[in-house]
Write a protein that binds this ligand. Structure first.
Ligand code: PMP
Length: 435
């Protein structure tokens, strides 16, 4: 476990960080951690403390830290050549595109690779607006889609949208958050009806939008999801108006939610989205993002558009090795089994903890929402206290939520074992006493 002494090296690096990096580059913890190495589901810091990593799985390391298969593929490709993915043929890029196109469920799919989720969504917005000849976009309240000018413009989460100036005209619709706002307290059915009626009303008096962009489970927003059937109902309305559906699978893709390979599959009786974006874990830490769309949509641009680093042979080699590992070891099944046990265990812990409002999730994407006991108000200070206490206990967690950071987020590498899930739950149980 971690001991948590403030090592001089770590403190020195933090002040150097503050001197040269932007203030808005959020770091976790009062004494931020310098991660120096990792293995499996664990990482170590510069002071020699070991942590069970319950958040790196969604941030970067979908499969496992220092996975030998990925390390080998990366170093072999790096030793051969790291050229651009544009202008010349690139075998690993073609191979990964073929595999993702087949997995996407999108007919006649084309794949474009980027280096981040932001750039993937930015590209999806470029395609949708060009295809439809409209810069009007529908987005969900409480959403997060990236940090670029266009993606902050469709990010409903105010804490992550640092400018109100926008190249797009965005209209935010209800659906992700259940217990705040005018539709709080409704049943799933009434909530869905109210959100659909609101969308239909909106479409009746705005210019025709290009697309609706949505996360199947809101990630940064605190692992909240609309009731089953809501997105499907939205899509039926939007299809009548020709509005495209962009499924942002940056957090929900590749089997993390256990029951499904993609997040959209949990919601959709209407089949695959028009555009699907992915990033984060597919490279197991190497920077891969991308967009999948049917040929007609992908090929609607009437000028060249290339990315020097998107599809780099070295990141594509990582993606191929990681995807093979993930499928061969049925990590989606592991997420379902181990995630199911973990959710059950956390619900039992939560039932005995006044500060826990809800434990929710699918597979290895689990949120614990904290409130002030009594008032039921959001409890960002409790979230920070639990995060610090868990760190002292040797467990790394994430946080998130809407206007207030009131949710602890759990998203370990998908190879998490039952013993590790139990170990993490026990550390968390002790840490929750600080809430
Ligand atoms: N979409 C979603 C749903 C995300 O969670 C994120 C990252 N938190 C992004 C897009 C942006 O990805 P990146 O940080 O790689 O630009």
């Amino acid at each position: 476990g971690a001991t948590g002494g403030a090592g001089a090296a770590g403190a020195g690096l933090h002040s150097r960080h503050r001197a040269v990096l932007p203030d808005w580059l959020a770091l976790y913890y009062d004494r931020p951690i310098e991660i120096t190495h990792g293995e499996g589901r664990h990482v170590w810091d510069a002071e020699g403390n070991r942590y069970l990593d319950f958040f790196g799985g969604i941030l970067t390391t979908m499969t496992a830290h220092a996975l030998p298969e990925v390390t080998k593929a990366v170093s072999e490709q790096a030793a051969r050549v790291i050229h651009s993915s544009t202008l010349y043929l690139n075998r690993p890029m073609v191979e990964l595109a073929e595999r993702i196109a087949a997995l996407s469920g999108i007919p006649d799919a084309r794949v474009f690779f980027t280096t981040s989720g932001t750039e993937a969504n930015d590209t999806a917005l470029l395609l949708a607006t060009a295809y439809r000849g409209s810069n009007q976009i529908l987005a969900m309240r409480n959403s997060y889609h990236g940090r670029s000018f266009s993606t902050v413009s469709v990010t409903g989460n105010r804490g992550w949208s640092p400018t109100g100036l926008s190249p797009l005209q965005t209209l935010y619709v209800h659906g992700g958050v259940r217990h705040r706002g005018p539709y709080a307290g409704l049943t799933d059915e009434r909530f869905t009806e109210a959100c659909v009626a609101d969308l239909e009303d909106l479409l009746g008096h705005v210019r025709p939008p290009a697309a609706l962009i949505a996360e199947p489970v809101q990630g940064v927003g605190g692992f909240t999801a609309p009731p089953d059937g809501l997105y499907a109902a939205f899509r039926e309305v939007l299809a009548r108006h020709g509005v495209l559906w962009i499924s942002d699978e940056v957090q929900t893709g590749w089997g993390r939610t256990g029951d499904h390979f993609w997040g959209w599959q949990a919601h959709d009786r209407n089949g695959p989205p028009d555009l699907l974006t992915f990033a984060k874990g597919i490279g197991n830490g190497m920077s891969i993002g991308g967009v999948v769309a049917r040929a007609e949509v992908m090929n609607c641009l009437d000028a060249n558009s290339i990315s020097t680093f998107g599809g780099s042979p070295v990141t594509m080699a990582a993606g191929l090795a990681n995807l093979s590992y993930l499928l061969e070891h049925d990590l989606q099944g592991n997420a379902r089994r181990v995630g199911g046990l973990l959710i059950e265990r956390l619900r039992a812990i939560g039932a005995g903890t006044a500060a826990v409002r809800e434990v929710r999730g699918r597979g290895l994407m689990i949120g614990i929402e904290l409130v002030r006991p009594g008032s039921g108000e959001a409890a960002p200070e409790a979230v920070s206290a639990v995060l610090e206490a868990a760190r002292e206990g040797g467990l790394l967690l994430g946080k998130g939520g809407g206007h207030n950071t009131s949710v602890l987020r759990i998203a370990p590498p998908l190879s998490l074992t039952v013993a590790e899930a139990e170990e993490g739950a026990s550390i968390l149980e002790r840490a929750l006493r600080c809430a």
